[in-house]
Ligand binder design. Structure first.
Ligand code: MSP
Length: 640
């Protein structure tokens, strides 16, 4: 294995709620660049995790009547499930509540404190809890809200530790100047430079009004500010303090991938902390754009949150990852819509790629009984096809390097479409009619299959399942995971003589209308469930269910269904009417402890007063059984 290394991080997500498609976008991008680097022979690390401390999480847990750790445990499980479904190969999942992480954060804090870069003072200013950000009055928006998320801020006055961020202003500006790739995309670089040039203030790095956080190592009354804590997870993930060799091998990180909303934390606060801690700065921070729905932000209140798990269940992981990376230029905002999703999948995956595979394998079946021929002659189109392949693959690599996934895929599709065109140019169905052109026909099919082999390798970073399915249909038995980028670049590695396995289309066409109809049906079903089948706890609490002992029972004259029953309800006796005469003889009931509804409105049935109802189960075949209790419990006991 080569000793080239590549270390990528995703943000560590707040476990205050389940993740949506926007978070999935960030992680898919990170996983893709890492898988690409692996193909190129790098040793890689991909770190993700959960940002579990701070005021926001403490408040959310309280709303759910849970302890913070208990609350986040449940949500963190859903994160891991999502990453598994998305087939993300992360090397470490950092939970900020882990003991290792706590010690890492405390060590960095202590180091910076010991050298005099952290001091005690009083904070006066505003705080945005959703963003976990401190703001000065002059920074608020026109409505005096958070300038980032435009939500309400709260006034805060508390004793705090401060990090001397101002001290690093010049050093940071120099670094950004000397490392033009540090902040990407370039358009966001100037924004950050201007922010720093506006003047860096010292940063409040501890809180005292709640205790859900890592204690300040020199003062137990304070917990460390959640962003100081969270950013340090990038060190925890590669065994800072615990494995010096590994840490030195991977630090500094090659890329921190983040959304544009948190670029400032990563290009101002984080580098300043690292400078103070005497650690090298990451090579690059990439702030991508936002995934919008109907042109706006996703939010629970708007009801437009797209659930990635449902999307993967409905369309498969390959389609979801492909769409996210192809549809939106990484760095710019873009909109999700079901229409554009289905259109993309149909046009690019079902048509261009799926058909290329289907047509080719079907022709090998038809003309060569499934056996792959060797390429023995040349056609007049081969050179150009290979030239397009080389140019396309070079452009794919270059664009992935720049995290321009959409352009990378567009470039790959140039090759896919060109390969489709090769079929139209060479007209295998015409060659097949002429026995003297058999070698040429074999060569054409070989070239098509070999290009599909290469295309599948290139797709490995983007899609976890389709490449192996393509190889399976090509009849290749070599393990795809052992392939390298060079194998994609090299023509002619497909072995002649083996047999193809034609199979189902790897990307069946999706019918938009059918999909909508299906959705409507599901929604209708769910609607029925919620209207008819659910009651809330309060409603349930209104039912007074009790155990009662049958004292006497007798038939009601004139009715073959009804029995008059006297029961002991503990504190009182009751009379009720029960429609069970066809199933129980009166004497059979006496002494039984049954369950009854004690607070049902009284009624008179067949002239007999009924004050309550015996519960019984019945089925369509006419069987009936009354509900009894299977242990000794006094009459009158409540059932709940
Ligand atoms: N916990 C912090 C990150 C700490 S990293 C040391 C945080 N968490 S978050 O869960 O709110 O957001 C995580 C990431 O998801 C951010 O990069 C954010 O930009 C991204 N996204 C959240 N919604 C998004 C979209 N709608 N579209 C694209 N990315 C989005 O911030």
């Amino acid at each position: 294995m080569s000793d080239k290394t590549f270390y990528v991080t995703t943000p560590i997500y707040y476990p205050n709620d389940k993740l949506h498609i926007g978070h999935t976008y960030t992680t898919t991008a990170a996983d893709t660049i890492v898988k690409f680097k692996e193909l190129q022979g790098y040793q890689t690390e991909l770190i993700t995790g959960s940002d579990e401390h701070g005021q926001k999480i403490a408040q959310t847990a309280a709303k759910h009547d849970q302890e913070p750790l208990e609350y986040v445990d449940g949500i963190v499980d859903t994160f891991k499930l999502l990453w598994d479904k998305l087939e993300v190969d992360y090397t470490e999942f950092v939970r900020t509540t882990s003991e290792e992480h706590k010690l890492d954060v405390q060590q960095i804090f202590k180091k910076v404190y010991d050298q005099g870069d952290i001091y005690n003072d009083k904070y006066q200013g505003y705080y945005c809890t959703p963003c976990e950000t401190f703001w000065k009055e002059r920074q608020l928006d026109e409505e005096n809200n958070c300038p980032d998320c435009n939500r309400e801020v709260e006034w805060m006055e508390e004793e705090s530790y401060f990090f001397k961020m101002s001290k690093y202003e010049e050093q940071l500006l120099d670094f950004i100047e000397e490392h033009p790739d540090f902040i990407q995309p370039a358009k966001r670089r100037n924004e950050m430079i201007n922010f720093i040039k506006d003047g860096l203030e010292d940063l409040c790095v501890s809180r005292t009004t709640f205790d859900w956080g890592i204690p300040v190592p020199v003062d137990d009354d304070h917990v460390i500010y959640v962003w100081f804590d969270a950013l340090t997870s990038y060190l925890t993930g590669i065994d800072f303090r615990r494995n010096e060799e590994k840490f030195n091998k991977f630090w500094p990180a090659d890329i921190h991938i983040v959304g544009k909303d948190i670029l400032r934390f990563h290009t101002v606060i984080w580098p300043a902390i690292l400078m103070a801690a005497d650690l090298p700065l990451p090579k690059q921070v990439f702030g991508h754009g936002f995934l919008l729905v109907e042109g706006g932000k996703m939010s629970k209140s708007k009801g437009n949150v797209i659930d990635p798990v449902k999307l993967i269940d409905d369309f498969g992981v390959d389609a979801v990852r492909y769409y996210l990376l192809r549809e939106i230029a990484f760095g710019s905002d873009g909109s999700y819509s079901t229409e554009s999703f289905i259109q993309r999948i149909n046009a690019d995956l079902a048509n261009d790629l799926g058909n290329l595979l289907n047509r080719t394998v079907a022709m090998v079946d038809k003309y060569f009984d499934g056996q792959i021929s060797a390429a023995t002659v040349e056609t007049e189109f081969d050179q150009e096809l290979e030239q397009v392949a080389q140019e396309s693959l070079a452009a794919v690599a270059e664009n992935i390097e720049q995290l321009q996934f959409s352009t990378a895929l567009e470039e790959l599709w140039v090759l896919i479409r060109r390969t489709n065109k090769y079929i139209d140019q060479t007209e295998p169905w015409v060659l097949a009619k002429d026995e003297t052109k058999r070698d040429k026909l074999g060569t054409v099919l070989y070239n098509l299959l070999d290009n599909l082999r290469r295309i599948a390798i290139v797709l490995v970073p983007f899609m976890p399942q389709a490449p192996a399915k393509i190889w399976e249909q090509l009849g290749i038995v070599t393990d795809l995971t052992e392939q390298s980028w060079d194998d994609a670049l090299t023509k002619g590695q497909l072995e002649a003589g083996t047999k193809v396995n034609s199979g189902e289309p790897i990307f069946p066409r999706i019918d938009l209308e059918e999909y909508y109809e299906q959705l409507e049906e599901v929604e209708e079903e769910e609607g029925k469930m919620s209207e008819q089948d659910y009651i809330n706890f309060e409603q349930f609490g209104k039912l007074d269910l009790r155990v009662a002992e049958v004292l006497e029972a007798e038939k009601i004259e004139g009715s073959d269904k009804l029995l008059k029953v006297q029961v002991d309800l503990g504190a009182e006796e009751r009379q009720l009417v029960a429609g069970i005469s066809k199933h129980y003889a009166p004497e059979e009931l006496v002494g039984k402890r049954i369950v009854m509804v004690a607070n049902l409105e009284p009624a008179t049935i067949f002239g007999v007063k009924s004050n309550g109802m015996i519960l019984a189960a019945s089925n369509d075949e006419g069987d009936l059984t009354i509900t009894t209790v299977d242990r000794d419990i006094a009459a009158g006991a409540q059932v709940k």
